[in-house]
Design a binder for this molecule. Structure first.
Ligand code: ATP
Length: 353
C-alpha cells in the first residue's frame, strides 16, 4: 500500500524543521518496506497576505484524499492569530473529526527533568485530550458593547458521544501499550454541570474496561502531582481546556518545546489525522537555522505509528534518544551548538548508518 501524505510546513521555524522531517521521511522510504508519496502545500501567513485566505476554497477537499497530514507551525505577526488558527488549523481538526489530541510526555534518555523523580523511575505518560468540543466551543456571544453592563458568555459543550469516544480511545491506547491506569482530570466539585457529566460518562465507559485501573483527580491537585510525582502517571484523560494546559506542563517537565510532538487523531481513519510539533513558529529564532527539529521528527514518528508502522515509530524514537545521549549534535535549546540541519542530518545518520 502507498501512503499519501500532505505536508504543510507553515511559517517561521515550521519551514526549517519540516525540511529535516522530509529528509527523515525520504530516508525511511528509501530504507524501509513502506511506500510514501507526499505533496507540499504552501498554506501559511504569506499565502494569506496574497490571497486573503489561509488555504484555497477547496483546501479541505484536497486534504481529504490523503492518509495523513504532517504540519509544521503557523503564526506571523502580520496576521492575527485568530485568523491563522481559526481559518487553517481549526477547520482541519473539526472537519476531519480529529477528536483526540495526543501528546506524549516521555523523558528521553540523556535528558534531565527540571523536576525531581523518585527512585530513578522513568517519566513516561501520554495526555489524551478531547479535541473537538468542551471549553473550546464557539457557542457564545457578547452584548452591550461599550456600556457599563457589557458582558460576554462562552459556553462549554460536552456531549455524551464526544466524551465516550475520547474515553474509548484512551482505553484502547492503554490496552494496546500495556499501560495499567487511566487518570481522569476533572473539576466536578466546582463545575457542577459539564464536569460532573464528563465524569459520569467517563466512568460509565470505564465500567466496560475493568482490566484498566481508574483514578480521578481535580485538575488543580493533578497539576501539583505532575510536578511532585510525574512518574506515577500512564494515560491522562482530559477535556479540551484541561488537556491543553496539562500538556504544556507535561512537555515542560520532559525537556521543553523543542522536543514536544503532538497528534490530532481521527481514530476511525475516515479522515486524515494531523501530526505537528507543539511549538509555534517561534519568530524570535526563525531564519537563524537553530531551531530544534526533534519535535517535528517525533511528530513524523507518531504519524507512522498511526499508519500502522509502530516499528518505524520506534526506530525514529530510538535515533532521537541516541542523538540526545550523544550530545554532540544538539541544538541550542538543549545546550548544544548544532544547527537545525546538522541535528537533522545526524538523526538520519544514526538511523541508517
Ligand atoms: P507562535 O506565536 O507561533 O505560537 P511563539 O514564539 O509565541 O510562536 P512557540 O514557538 O510555541 O511560541 O515557542 C516559544 C519559544 O520557545 C520560542 O520563541 C522559542 O524561543 C522556543 N522554541 C520553540 N520551539 C523551538 C524549537 N523547535 N527549537 C528551539 N526553540 C524553540
Amino acid at each position: 500500500m502507498t501512503y499519501k501524505i500532505a505536508i504543510i510546513p507553515g511559517d517561521g521555524i515550521g519551514k526549517e524543521v519540516m525540511k529535516e522531517a522530509i529528509k527523515m521521511l525520504d530516508a525511511v522510504t528509501l530504507h524501509e518496506s513502506v511506500e510514501i508519496e507526499y505533496d507540499q502545500f504552501d498554506w501559511n501567513s504569506e499565502y494569506y497576505l496574497q490571497h486573503n485566505r489561509m488555504m484555497p476554497e477547496d483546501g479541505l477537499e484536497k486534504l481529504k484524499g490523503y492518509d495523513a497530514i504532517l504540519f509544521g507551525a503557523i503564526g506571523d505577526q502580520r496576521v492575527p492569530d485568530d485568523i491563522s488558527v481559526w481559518d487553517l488549523i481549526m477547520p482541519i481538526r473539526k472537519t476531519f473529526q480529529q477528536y483526540v489530541n495526543f501528546r506524549p510526555a516521555k523523558l528521553l534518555k540523556g535528558l534531565e527533568s527540571p523536576v525531581k523523580v523518585r527512585g530513578n523511575k522513568p517519566i513516561d505518560f501520554v495526555i489524551i485530550r478531547e479535541n473537538s468540543e468542551g471549553e473550546y466551543s464557539n457557542v457564545g456571544g457578547s452584548m452591550f458593547s461599550g456600556e457599563q453592563r457589557e458582558l460576554a458568555v462562552q459556553n462549554t459543550v460536552m456531549t455524551k458521544q464526544g466524551i465516550e469516544q475520547v474515553t474509548e480511545f484512551a482505553c484502547n491506547y492503554a490496552r494496546n501499550h500495556d499501560l495499567e491506569k487511566i487518570t481522569n482530570a476533572t473539576k466536578s466539585n466546582a463545575i457542577i454541570h459539564t464536569m460532573k457529566f464528563w465524569d459520569q460518562v467517563v466512568e460509565t465507559v470505564m465500567e466496560q474496561h475493568k482490566d484498566i485501573a481508574y483514578e480521578k483527580y481535580y485538575i488543580d491537585a493533578l497539576a501539583a502531582y505532575f510536578v511532585q510525582r510525574p512518574e506515577d502517571f500512564k494515560v491522562v484523560l482530559a477535556s479540551n481546556l484541561f488537556g491543553d494546559i496539562l500538556s504544556d506542563l507535561g512537555s515542560a517537565i520532559v525537556g521543553g518545546l523543542g522536543i514536544a510532538p503532538s497528534a490530532n487523531i481521527n481514530p476511525s481513519k475516515d479522515y486524515p489525522s494531523m501530526f505537528e510539533p507543539v511549538h509555534g513558529s517561534a519568530p524570535d529564532i526563525a531564519g537563524k537555522g537553530i531551531a530544534n527539529p526533534i519535535a517535528q521528527i517525533w511528530s513524523l514518528a507518531l504519524m507512522f505509528e498511526h499508519l500502522g508502522r509502530k516499528d518505524i515509530h520506534d526506530k525514529i524514537l530510538s535515533s532521537i534518544e541516541e542523538l540526545i545521549a550523544g550530545k554532540s549534535r544538539l541544538t541550542a535549546d538543549l545546550d548544544g551548538t548544532a544547527s537545525t540541519e546538522q541535528a537533522g542530518d545526524e538523526l538520519v545518520k544514526i538511523l541508517y548508518k
